[in-house]
Design a binder for this molecule. Structure first.
Ligand SMILES: Cc1cc2nc3c(=O)[nH]c(=O)nc-3n(C[C@H](O)[C@H](O)[C@H](O)COP(=O)(O)OP(=O)(O)OC[C@H]3O[C@@H](n4cnc5c(N)ncnc54)[C@H](O)[C@@H]3O)c2cc1C
Length: 400
């Protein structure tokens, strides 16, 4: 049987795309191929679980537009399907006076992105929201929320099947051949024929893109983010979500405290180079992938630019007391033995040849292939909006 659309990747972006295609054009034959035995085993299932408000992103960028639209679509989806979520709000904290200009800029960016009800807080007002936080100033973002993205992704899967879509688990896509109007996709178990391929392979999106063509000029650099958990008896130190002011030169938000929808409070994630794309432990090394990353000209430039920040992150990865000190900037009362090891996630960050860490979402269209080449945070929040965008591109191509 020939499918109209084959999607590689059963993470939240691939699933949202399949769902949107089926909603826009019921009856189309859609197949999702996922290499793991379950959906959402990688970025989607190992993230902070935050429903981002759209605060951080450059106005007009794909991230800003898709985050804000995706936010509303996600909340409606959760409401319609009884998925638990909470819009608990978060505070962003400037821990010392030097960060005040950046805090102000971030606040203005939030307003430019249309956020209503942001509230600037003097140092002593922070405790109205988070009694144990200390800082020079901060602001409250009422829109931010929490959800379990694994539960969301499973529900997308359920809806895809209910709409007649097919999901194949435990099949790794290993080869793609384009011939006339048909794409042959060979997996570890079968060969599938399709009219179009959509690549949502996350940490392997560059590799899958290169199976189909050579025109992609970015490489995925994996950054592991490690978490600690607050011991149960110290969870009272955090009510909801507490974020630092991010370093504007680094694409990650800095270690923060997050109350999780499934219970508990996480602290993290840091950002260290992962020596394997799906390397969740420090000891996980894939020499081939590591060598490929180190040999990429863009990576060498990234290393030259960020070596100091990178070393700090590495140090915090190996030293629990250094990690604790970073957290104490936000909550001075935190002690090293309040923290127990949590899990880790690996972020897929596209890096171009000239050393740019691609900031925005990146969707690259070819004749019969659409590649989602960069879908880092807030792509879970934005998933239904990204899915809608990709579905529209695909249907436009199908309709000629
Ligand atoms: C530590 C961390 C914290 C984050 N926090 C947040 C947050 O709080 N809020 C937010 O909105 N976003 C957050 N993000 C970002 C968000 O999780 C990701 O942007 C999003 O999950 C990306 O989804 P995806 O479907 O593109 O990738 P993935 O979830 O990684 O899915 C890709 C899938 O493709 C499959 N695959 C790969 N290669 C093949 C192949 N050859 N054949 C078949 N299948 C293949 C993989 O097995 C995987 O399941 C965070 C990410 C991380 C890592």
């Amino acid at each position: 049987m020939k499918h109209d659309i084959i999607i590689v990747g059963g993470g939240i972006v691939g699933l949202a795309t399949a769902l949107k295609v089926l909603q826009k054009k019921p009856g189309l034959k859609v197949l999702v191929i996922e290499k793991e035995e379950q959906l959402a085993r990688h970025q989607t299932g190992n993230n902070s679980g935050v429903i981002h408000s759209g605060l951080y992103y450059k106005p007009g960028s794909l991230k800003a537009r898709n985050c804000i639209q995706g936010y509303h679509l996600l909340i409606s989806f959760c409401q319609a399907h009884g998925i638990p979520f909470e819009l608990c709000g978060k505070i962003v904290v400037a821990t010392d006076e030097k960060e005040l200009p950046l805090l102000q800029t971030l606040y203005q960016r939030g307003e430019q992105n249309g956020l209503k009800g942001l509230r600037m807080l003097r140092g002593e007002q922070l405790s109205e929201y988070e009694p144990y936080v200390k800082g020079a100033a901060g602001f409250f973002v009422p829109q931010t929320g929490i959800v379990d993205y694994r539960v969301v992704a499973e529900k997308y899967g359920e809806q895809i099947r209910a709409a007649g879509g097919e999901i194949r688990l435990g099949e790794k896509v290993v080869s793609v051949v384009q011939e006339d109007n048909t794409i042959s996709v060979e997996s570890s178990k079968s060969t599938w024929k399709g009219g179009m391929l959509i690549n949502c392979a996350g940490l392997y999106s560059d590799k899958v893109a290169r199976l189909a063509s050579n025109s992609i000029d970015v490489k995925i650099i994996p950054f592991r983010g490690e978490y600690y958990k607050l011991k149960k008896e110290r969870e009272y130190l955090v009510r909801n979500l507490i974020y630092p002011v991010p370093d504007p030169n680094f694409p990650f938000l800095g270690v923060h405290f997050t109350r999780m929808m499934k219970g508990g409070v996480e602290a993290g994630p840091n950002a260290v180079l992962a020596f394997s794309r799906e390397g969740y432990r420090k000891s996980d090394i894939n020499f081939r992938e590591l060598a490929e990353a180190l040999a990429w000209p863009g990576f060498q430039r990234v290393a030259a630019k960020y070596w100091k920040t990178g070393l700090g992150e590495m140090y915090r990865s190996f030293s629990k007391s250094a990690f604790t000190r970073a957290l104490q900037k936000l909550i001075p009362e935190i002690r090293e033995n309040d923290l127990v090891e949590g899990g880790a996630g690996v972020r897929a960050q596209a890096c171009d040849r000239t050393g740019g860490l691609v900031d925005d979402f990146l969707i690259v269209e070819e004749k019969q292939v659409i590649n989602v080449c960069n879908a880092p945070s807030p792509a879970a929040t934005s998933s239904l909006s990204i899915g809608q965008t990709v579905a529209e591109i695909a249907l436009r191509k199908i309709d000629g």
